[in-house]
Design a binder for this molecule. Structure first.
Ligand code: NAP
Length: 260
């Protein structure tokens, strides 16, 4: 989607994938520094590991100690985390109101942290968190309270998790056909969000659709994290439809399922 956007705007740039090892991270930054690379994304499993090698962090990246987008600046490499802000933009594009809503976050991994912190920064103030490993849900609850001390956040078992907006941030449903939340929670909600984008319709989303409960998948989160990265690298408004079409073409026609 980035190369399609560069072409559309006549920007002389390309977006290329590099497969590296952890030991190569500092060498990679040196190589990028001397070859004029303007920015890059970094994905699993290096989103946290790159942090010590960067010169600056955005507020969100600082809070999360996790980076997915790096930008060359006059003061060195600056790390950003655009997953969560991209997620919030995807909700806003779908006209999903998060203010004064009870939000259930299912999961407490890297994506959950990004999503929850950005929701709190955007003004969401009532959270319930469920995660298979409860200690990670407690850690996420603590993080949210540090980000925004006035919010309400509790960790609960799934049967005690009724909410207006249910957000699945786990990988349950990606390749196993399973549903991460029980039917009562789905049917009692007003909005279901699954950040999985492949398959486009997970079991969770199908159950919601069958009961006419509004629902969206994670494709727009992926799109908007990319749009935010593009705008950070170029200082130029990203061409939304060009990037969306390019993304849809690659995600749903490419069976290799590259990681986000
Ligand atoms: P992660 O850090 O490894 O976290 C995985 C989460 O899923 C944890 O909460 C984990 O629970 C839970 N989980 C995994 N298997 C489970 C199971 N069998 N039963 C119950 N819970 C289970 O991964 P991540 O980076 O957060 O990614 C999670 C998902 O989000 C993936 O599907 C990924 O593709 C998607 N994602 C989408 C976007 C997008 O742009 N749309 C961006 C980032 C991620 P435990 O803590 O108990 O292990």
């Amino acid at each position: 989607m980035h190369t399609a956007a560069f072409q559309k705007l006549g920007i002389n740039a390309v977006y290329l994938p590099f497969l590296i090892t952890e030991e190569q991270l500092p060498q990679l930054l040196n190589a990028f520094s001397i070859t004029g690379v303007q920015g890059f994304n970094i994905t699993l499993p290096f989103k946290e590991k790159i942090v010590p090698f960067l010169d600056l962090l955005s507020n969100e990246a600082e809070m999360l100690q996790s980076v997915n987008t790096v930008v060359r600046t006059d003061s060195g490499w600056k790390g950003y985390s655009t997953d969560g802000s991209g997620f919030v933009r995807s909700l806003s594009a779908a006209k999903i109101d998060i203010l004064s809503k009870k939000i259930l976050i299912v999961g407490a991994g890297g994506a959950a942290r990004s999503v929850a912190v950005s929701l709190a920064i955007a003004g969401a103030s009532d959270f319930v968190i469920y995660n298979r490993t409860e200690s990670k849900a407690e850690a996420l609850s603590g993080l949210l309270q540090r980000v925004s001390p006035e919010i309400s956040v509790r960790v609960a078992p799934l049967e005690d998790c009724a909410a207006d907006i249910v957000i699945n941030t786990t990988s349950v449903g990606m390749s196993d056909g399973k549903c991460p939340v029980p039917d009562e929670i789905i049917f009692g909600s007003k909005q279901i969000v699954d950040i999985i984008y492949n398959p486009a319709v997970t079991t969770l989303l199908k159950k919601a659709a069958d009961k006419s409960i509004p629902n969206i998948n994670g494709l727009d989160m992926l799109l908007y994290q990319g749009i935010e990265a593009f705008e950070l690298w170029t200082g130029t408004q990203a061409p939304l439809e060009i990037m969306r079409n390019s993304l849809i073409g690659s995600v749903y026609s490419d069976t290799s399922k590259d990681r986000d």
